[in-house]
Design a protein around this ligand. Sequence first.
Ligand code: KIV
Length: 291
Amino acid sequence: MSDRKKITLPTLYEKHQKGEPITMLTCYDYPTAFLQEEADVEMILVGDSLGMTILGYESTLPVTMEDMIRHAQAVRRGAPTAWLIGDMPYMTYQPSVETAIRNAGRFMAEAACDAVKLEGGREMADRMAGIVAAGIPCMGHLGLTPQSASSLGGFRVQGRDAARAARIVEDAAILEEAGAYSILLEMVPDRVCHMITDRANIPIISLGSGPDSDGQLLIFHDMFGLYPRFKPKMAKVYGNAGEVILNGVRKYVEEVQNRSFPQPENWFSMKDDVYGELLKYLEDTSTKDDD
Ligand code: KIV
């Protein structure tokens, strides 16, 4: 187990002040959380992307609070000192400020999260302000916001033209004003990310939005070849765990079929004298039954 001190909001702000990059990854389960904690990842996002990466849906929209809480609890058990962010799923904050506060509170009370994240700009400023007023740190998410993929024209870069880019720059300022402790920029052009980072007083995290930010986020499953449907351009692959697992499973199937698995070290045996006693016991009891 790592002996790292708990990552807190002051830890993150101190890194931001010093200009030290903040590390962030998505995570959805206990063993991966354990590894991320060991590797000193600072911010862990239990993203509603788990709808696609773990549950196999085609979008994040079917994900429920129950799904998110269950996975966030597992991640917290594996990563006790990381700054843990619960991603608010579709329609758990959009309907009203009160709904947003109640569901944000569930992440904190039931899964021991440190913060929540919600998608959207000015239209979500009152939800952001309500959550923050309830004492819950809240991260903003601008650019490609997957819960709105349908109205954004799919999973594509956002803010390519000047007017749309200006709107994202303004939205970032509005979210900061509403109390966001940090903002994630997903798939916006590098210069827009740079501009927002320069203007903001809070950490700006980039996902596919270039190097000029206060930190970086990657989707864990994209980093290790674990999402079979597609690989986004922005994802760097650090290893092909998918291939390692596939080869292992193929080998297992082959070994069971040709009977080379299991070997004696893979099972538990019984001593001869105990086996003899067992045979005798069964024989005696069957004779008694016949009487
Ligand atoms: O759900 C998620 O993992 C996210 C990232 C795409 C930023 O929100």
